[in-house]
Write a protein that binds this ligand. Sequence first.
Ligand SMILES: C[S@@+](CC[C@H](N)C(=O)[O-])C[C@H]1O[C@@H](n2cnc3c(N)ncnc32)[C@H](O)[C@@H]1O
Length: 382
Amino acid sequence: MKYLFILGRNVELSIAEIKSFLEREKINFKIISKISNGILIETENLQRVLPSSSNQIKEKNLKGIIEKLGGTISIGEVLTEGTPEKVSKELDKITLYSGKENKLNYVVFNFHGKYYIDILIYLKQRFREEKLKATEKKITGNIKLQSGELVPNLTSKLIGEKYFVFEDCFGKIIETVDYEKIEKRDMEKPVRREELSISPRLAKIMINLSKVKEGETLLDPFCGIGVVLQEALLQNIKVIGVDIDKEAVKNAKLNLEWFKFPKENYQLINEDSSKIKIPKVQAIATEPDLGELQKKIPSLQKAEEIVNGFEKLIIKIINNLKKNVEGRIVFTAPLVRTGKNKIECDFNRISSSTGLKIAKGFPIPEFREDSIVGRSIVVLEK
Ligand SMILES: C[S@@+](CC[C@H](N)C(=O)[O-])C[C@H]1O[C@@H](n2cnc3c(N)ncnc32)[C@H](O)[C@@H]1O
């Protein structure tokens, strides 16, 4: 089976997340092709986490993986591939629209589709034959990828049916992330800390990069008001959160209680993570203090001070915790803009001072065009 994953703004990080997720789930896969923010994945057993829908498309019934991935916007399933003749012959045998109303809007996302126009003609005819009032919509609006490339914004809720062409493949989108739901959840919780907290999206990515499994325990030694903890608990991962600030721990507790997570699944501790003794955990995912808030672009000297201070802090914390961490340690590190350049930590120094290896492909930068202090996403392993 082949699947299309349409990724969010940080394509490199989103791909790393998908790889970690599939490896953790022991799903064999191969990335066959990449076009802009779309990757085509071939896999034999993704159905285990994403039930197949090749002959009967039941989008609503999927208890899919999209909610677990922070960097993926949509997942589509390839229904057929090849020349227009082969595609139309095969599509004739497949239900394309299973809705009840005889009126629908649809869109065809185009990732260098070889036979895009042929597919548009096929769909028009097909829906006419099925006596459906079908209107093809065009995507308006773009999102800007971290690389600067503009790509169509595919998250519109207004469109009913979403199909795609990717090179010579044709398929149907079977899951799309519900950003509104995630945002609503985040706005409604009792305590928010806009400047200091990471987004639920990035928290999910880091949890997946850590490869922690359902039922295992994740540690966040800089838990703040608990965004990483909340996202892990939502995936049935147990958590331990530590913060040196009493107020932060109190607020994390209020937030986790508001979610009504089972109390036995989390533990919150007000202590210094460079001194605390922790029980065995499977992984760490955390955003430490990235230095004081910068209102203007700092000098080179100031930027170096920020990253040096961070290195000292993270080395001390990791060396205190590492013997009780079985798997990966995932953290964010400051990526500080000075003039045209960005200054980052000396990751080889962090690696040699902790005796841990930097996982292949990391660190990966994560920043916004206008941010002064962005992030490097780092994964360490034994
Ligand atoms: C960037 S914030 C973490 C944000 C967090 N992800 C959230 O959702 O709120 C860093 C946190 O680390 C805590 N901190 C700093 N030094 C610490 C230490 N040595 N031990 C434990 N916590 C520490 C700070 O109090 C702060 O709440």
